[in-house]
Design a protein around this ligand. Structure first.
Ligand code: SF4
Ligand code: SF4
Length: 77
């Protein structure tokens, strides 16, 4: 897996995309997702959301609704 594939793996599911630069690491989206798709990076000085298990995402979009920063958006293509 090259670096671009690795970045994509942690930013996208089939239904949603996370934008780390907008993330304030509040964990609201993580708590909203009952399928445990999302998590925070393990790096204390660089906390932001990431996709940890894309295969479990069913596209309910509750994470999008939970995020007040607009850091999670629907995948449109
Ligand atoms: S769309 Fe639903 S299942 Fe997928 S990450 Fe968001 S809350 Fe979880
Ligand atoms: S709800 Fe938004 S700001 Fe909070 S952790 Fe999730 S993506 Fe980041």
């Amino acid at each position: 897996m090259n670096i671009h594939q690795l970045i994509r793996k942690h930013r996208c599911t089939a239904f949603v995309r996370v934008e780390p630069s907008r993330c304030e690491a509040c964990s609201a989206c993580i708590n909203a997702c009952s399928r445990h798709v999302l998590g925070l990076t393990p790096i204390p000085w660089h906390h932001h959301v990431r996709v940890v298990d894309a295969a479990k995402c069913k596209g309910c979009k509750l994470c999008i609704e939970a995020c007040t920063q607009g850091a999670i958006t629907p995948v449109t293509s």
